[in-house]
Ligand binder design. Sequence first.
Ligand code: FAD
Length: 450
Amino acid sequence: MTTCDWNDLGAKLKAAESLITSLDGQDDYFHDASLFNARPSAILKARSTEDIVTAVLFCRERGVAITPRGAGTGLSGGCVAAPNALILSTADLKKLEIDRPKRMAICGPGVITKDLEEAASAQGLAYPPDPASWLESSLGGNVAEGAGGLRCKRYGVTKDYVLGLKAVLADGSILRTGCFNSEEGLNLGDILIASEGTLAIITEIALRLTDPIVRGTTILVAFDRPVDAAQTVSDITAAGIIPTVLEFLDGDAAACSNAYEKNEGLDNVAAILLIETSDTGQAGTIEAICRNHHSSFLRRETDPEKAETLWKVRRNLSKAVKQSAAFRISEVVAVPNSKFPSLVDWVAEENKKRAPLRLNSFGHAGDGNLHVNFLAGDDTPRTLALVENGIEALMRKTIELGGTVTGEHGIGLAKKKYLSWEFDPPTLRLMQAVKSVFDPDRMLNPDKLL
Ligand SMILES: Cc1cc2nc3c(=O)[nH]c(=O)nc-3n(C[C@H](O)[C@H](O)[C@H](O)COP(=O)(O)OP(=O)(O)OC[C@H]3O[C@@H](n4cnc5c(N)ncnc54)[C@H](O)[C@@H]3O)c2cc1C
């Protein structure tokens, strides 16, 4: 691909300056929030669906790959350029219309998740999915990753809110699914959810809105053993209680938060749970379950402003953990609720065995999601080998416990190698066949997922 070729694409776009071919100073587009990094061939900041169609047809003719990109907060390398690819950013597609009578929002993929939540709230409605990255992540990335969030236990995840999608296919045609087309027939929209930019480029998203979320009591509770916290999670679920949020942090993660926030006094606990009840009646039962498992500290807040100081502990956790070591790799896996204590226990045991690595964990416990961080003082080849070995052990343990290695952060580049550990050959063959139907020339994010 020559510069002259890209100029040809520039000439076909409404605004040639939306195509960036001189990549100096564009490093932000070379990576996401993982460690993966690659220089694309060019970057297109699409301003319209027409720009995307033009780019797809242009790249198709020349056999050039396209890597779609949202806000770049992914943790599995999904939006990192495939070799010689065009990065196609949908971050500037920010249409946001709320249809109050229909209780739905029609959004461009570049809308920031929290902006939709605020727009819905201004109209007396709510958009519940709330990935911890919601101040930065885009709806296109949320759909393409099938993102979860803190409130997923009670309110579900992104896929539970998608009513319809518009997307540009690899041949430049436009697919309309769900409410943008007919509700009958095969549900093609569902195939696009969590397809990580490998099947189509999402250009418009219709999302279901709900009644406002009732903020219940926020409870922060500490334990002297991680397994007590994890067992509390299992017992809350077994009691049929569905809190709005149920987050787990092990002691090391809590200490990282304490050092970052400098206000919680949580540097000497083995684990904490952060819980938001979905009604006032739940708090008493939840607190009794916590006491049964020997909780050592409990704080409850009903005032939303004071509760927000507790939620900062969780929302800033990823940054807090990152700041605690020179090198970090964060993995996320998910296991059935009943197996959550076993996984938490396993991480604590591995942490003792794997020095000089430090392991800690936190996650949306209500959904069985656990982020496991591998932390080290350097990134020498020896350290990287230790981390790789630790990650493989984590994936094997997750599968042994009947869980999923993808957790909520997708496959991307990070977890490709574990795909065949989790899925059987017929399933993998079917996934490859679906890819071939949507994208026979393997042009869309060809090195990701499959
Ligand atoms: C601090 C932190 C906290 C996080 N917390 C959570 C969490 O609680 N839950 C969770 O699920 N994730 C979480 N994440 C991961 C990440 O924020 C989500 O995966 C998010 O959905 C990615 O959105 P994005 O706009 O940044 O997408 P990007 O990172 O830009 O892209 C992600 C994938 O989507 C594809 N894509 C993007 N836009 C489009 C489009 N328009 N059409 C087709 N494909 C597209 C890309 O090709 C790529 O494969 C967290 C990340 C960070 C850094």
